[in-house]
Design a protein around this ligand. Structure first.
Ligand SMILES: Nc1ncnc2c1ncn2[C@@H]1O[C@H](COP(=O)(O)OP(=O)(O)O)[C@@H](O)[C@H]1O
Ligand SMILES: [Mg+2]
Length: 265
């Protein structure tokens, strides 16, 4: 089977222009502009409180921006109803997963497909997500609330896939997970992108994982984009290494080596 990824087009599937969102008097994002091209994994890196979740909530219509615009597949979706935005092909995996704890794993997946009428397609896609995450098949009839954090993250991603979206917004999938589980989940996210051609916008504090998985990246500080580049370039920048990858240049006996820094920032 070919695993050749579908090509990334130059056409942006998502475009934010000067978006500003606030909670009462608190401006959380201040004039954010970014683009996600069809077929790519894009990432927004930023520390706690930088405004990552606010960006995703503004895109999916949960928060209405004070200024600016959000365009999806060429259509202005600024401040449209969240359910309309899902129907247009944009699924949001929220921070903290938010699975329905009292519904079974399988019913959670069916909830993700509520906008679809093609029952055969839904049945086929359930098998596809079970293929990505076999543990969900084993736990299909169990209440989702009984799953571990990592399994709930798998379920939340799978539920988003069940809507058969063009674009998935992924809010900090690594939050609270072990490095091993985080790695497993990121590998599947990349597989989903490569095999299905699903475009992904991922926001993360875990810069290391995000930069390795993504094609293009933005750095968000205090609600503003302060840097953007291909992830290959971002990984090589000194300030990214120091502040976001936790590495510090340390010349010992003329040797260049990178040392793990204890603090995040
Ligand atoms: N519901 C809220 N009410 C008031 N302030 C909020 C709310 N949610 C987030 N904020 C503030 O907005 C800023 C950005 O938050 P958020 O988008 O959650 O950041 P991140 O996801 O990068 O951690 C922070 O200063 C945060 O305290
Ligand atoms: Mg957040």
């Amino acid at each position: 089977m070919s695993t050749q990824p579908p090509p990334i087009s130059d056409q942006p599937v998502l475009k934010l222009l000067n978006v500003e969102s606030a909670y009462g008097p608190i401006k959380a994002i201040r004039g954010v502009s970014l683009q996600v091209r069809r077929g790519e994994i894009a990432t927004v890196l930023g520390s706690n409180g930088a405004g990552k979740t606010t960006i995703l909530k503004t895109i999916s219509g949960i928060i209405d921006p004070r200024k600016g615009s959000v365009e999806f597949k060429g259509e202005d979706i600024t401040a449209k109803d969240p359910s309309y935005i899902v129907e247009e092909g944009l699924s949001h995996v929220p921070e903290g997963r938010e699975v329905f704890p009292l519904l079974s794993v399988r019913d959670n997946l069916l909830m993700g497909a509520y906008t679809r009428a093609d029952r055969d397609g839904v049945a086929k896609d359930i098998e596809t997500v079970y293929g990505y995450f076999p543990i969900l098949k084993e736990r299909a009839t169990q209440d989702a609330g009984l799953l571990s954090g990592g399994q709930q993250q798998m379920l939340a991603i799978s539920r988003a896939l069940m809507a058969n979206p063009d674009l998935i917004l992924l809010d900090e999938p690594s939050l609270g997970l072990s490095p091993k589980l985080t790695k497993e989940i990121f590998e599947i996210v990349v597989r989903i992108n490569r095999e299905r051609g699903t475009t992904i916008l991922l926001v993360e504090q875990n810069a290391n994982m995000a930069l390795n998985a993504s094609d293009y990246g933005y750095v968000l500080e205090n609600g503003r984009i302060v840097m953007e580049d291909t992830c290959a370039h971002l990984r090589e920048k000194d300030d990214i290494k120091e502040f976001y990858l936790g590495m510090k240049e340390d010349g010992v006996r003329g040797e260049r080596r990178w040392k793990k820094k204890k603090t995040w920032r």
